[in-house]
Design a protein around this ligand. Sequence first.
Ligand code: ZN
Ligand code: FE
Length: 255
Amino acid sequence: MPLELLAVPCLSDNYAYLLHDPKSGRTGVVDVPEAAPIVDAMTAKGWALSDIFITHHHYDHVDGLAELRDATGATVWGAATDAQRLPPLDHALAEGDTIPFGDERAYVLDVPGHTVGHIAFHFPDSALAFTADSLMALGCGRLFEGTPAQMWDSLCKLAALPDATRLCSGHDYLAANAAFAQSVDPDNAALAARVGNLHDMRQSGAPMAVATLAEEKATNPFLRARHADMKARLGLTDAPDVTAFAELRARKDRF
Ligand code: ZN
Ligand code: FE
């Protein structure tokens, strides 16, 4: 039975994600921007928190952690490389580690770039990946700590997951990301269709920062850095993929 997913809007544009295994009752949350909306969502569902998964050290992903852990006694999982600047971890994780969760297993992926110690959690049986501020809906995270080459490697690693994987990212930046994407990829029909749906999505309360990898490959300008038509528009026809990615990231920073 697949895990149940619930996106919980937090702060001004963050998402936390609740994951529930109906069989074992195990319930996890990915990132804790603030505790109250997560507690409210769990209470409404009748779920008891067992695990807290942390993607990276930024305050808008960990600020509610201490309060939520004190309230629930949940086990905290996060990156070993950032253990010294994360709240206290029960389990320090590295690439390739797996986490048993009900009948499933989560796989830890190292996805540096936005921060050096950014990790993602992949649940292959439920076709879910929690990517926070690495690969984001219609975008990618800013390079606060890493290099373009690190982020490009991270994006390629995530792009190698199965196409049906639902990517759950950290923020609703859809309006700004859509405007940038259309500015660099004006003739992309799949992009136009996705952008055309955003208003209805928002009205219906759908989780804005969740999309399949197939959708991202067709519409996310950063994943399209490898395509000849994108490189040509950037004036980088013969450049390596990572150069086109770096140019797109620099343009987005100025956009
Ligand atoms: Zn961040
Ligand atoms: Fe963030």
